[in-house]
Design a protein around this ligand. Structure first.
Ligand code: ASP
Length: 346
């Protein structure tokens, strides 16, 4: 599957994969890209051309933000014609958010954009970074009949390739750190890389279109038993707020007390779009299955079906950034745009 002629651009944003321990403070800090190659001489022997682009400064992914996402999308756009695929080295903490948002920003993506990182820095003896990195390069350059096998944004971690906008970081310690509860892996990685071709998006061969506008007037509000309507009211009254990801219980359920429902109704009346996403890691919101979600639907809360919180936030930022509002926005939020939701929930 690997070809002599394939080329990949490795984009280094920071994160544990390229970190080193500060001898004085003991804290992990990012180091420059040259060190990555020093720790991974095997890269030289991969039968493809590997170029690199390093962000400056490198960041811990907890500092990730929409401006950085725009710059990242632009690096991919500027280099799109020059490379067969892209590997983005990224901290694991917010990788699922970045993968989600890139999937929306990169419309008509027809090349692999594979995000990876590691739980242990590359320089450490048991680091998972080497395998993750090498496998990502293999996947980013995997073509068949001159067509990329994975023309989408994906996360390659431990022994799986997952659709980026279906993924959540679920473990802060294990090498197996990412989870896709509502969509099967795009590939399983063992002795062979076994692609699940039926699950992978097909290339559409249209011209890449990069969307740069992300609206930050969005918020995630996680419900919990005992949440005070006054607190909800305060959060929903933040100036500039346009969209809320409401993390509900189970299949989309929320408290039924009138004071809480009234705060939701008032926010919707002010034009705020509320997107119902489950706190569960698998399964979908089904507004109306229980009385406790029926009311939300009647008030105009939009069902997020089986979307992840990360993808919901990314989709909301993207659609608001594109200028959608009202009915049209609500309609697009319920439709899969980049494979981020399952069509059967429509
Ligand atoms: N804090 C790091 C980051 O997300 C953790 C990691 O890379 O795994 O940048």
């Amino acid at each position: 599957m690997l070809s002599e002629r394939r080329s990949v651009l490795v984009i280094y944003t920071g994160g544990t994969i390229g970190m080193i321990r500060n001898a004085e403070t003991g804290a992990l800090e990012p180091f420059d890209f040259d060190h990555l190659y020093r720790h991974l001489p095997v890269l030289e022997s991969l039968r493809c051309r590997i170029d690199s682009y390093s962000f400056s400064p490198l960041i811990d992914s907890s500092d990730m933000n929409p401006d950085f996402w725009v710059r990242l999308a632009e690096v991919i756009e500027e280099n799109y014609e020059k490379y067969d695929g892209f590997v983005v080295l990224h901290g694991t903490d917010t990788m699922a958010y970045t993968a989600s948002v890139l999937s929306f920003m990169l419309e008509n993506l027809n090349k692999p954009v594979i995000l990876t990182g590691s739980q242990l820095p590359m320089g450490m003896i048991r680091s998972d970074g080497r395998e993750n990195f090498i496998t990502s390069v293999e996947i980013a350059t995997a073509y068949e009949d001159d067509t990329p096998i994975v023309p989408e944004v994906a996360i390659c971690f431990e022994n799986k390739l997952l659709r980026g906008n279906r993924t959540t970081k679920f473990n802060a310690e294990h090498f197996d750190a990412f989870f896709s509860g509502n969509y099967p892996p795009l590939a399983e990685i063992g002795i062979h890389i076994r692609f699940n071709r039926n699950q992978i998006l097909k290339p559409n061969f249209r011209k890449l279109k990069v969307h740069r506008k992300l609206d930050t007037g969005v918020m995630i509000l996680k419900l919990f038993p005992g949440i005070e309507p006054a607190m909800v009211e305060a959060m929903l009254s933040v100036s500039g707020l346009k969209g809320v990801i409401l993390e509900t219980f189970g299949s989309g359920n929320a408290p039924t007390n009138q004071a809480f429902l009234d705060t939701i109704a008032r926010a919707i009346a002010r034009g705020i779009v509320i997107y119902n996403v489950t706190q569960c890691k698998s399964g979908a919101v089904e507004q109306g299955l229980y009385q406790t979600s029926l009311r939300l639907g009647q008030l105009g809360v939009v069902s997020g079906a089986d979307i992840t919180t990360e993808a919901a936030l990314a989709k909301m930022m993207f659609l608001l950034g594109e200028g959608y509002s009202g009915e049209e926005l609500a309609m697009l939020l319920t439709r899969p745009l980049r494979g981020e939701m399952s069509a059967e929930h429509l």
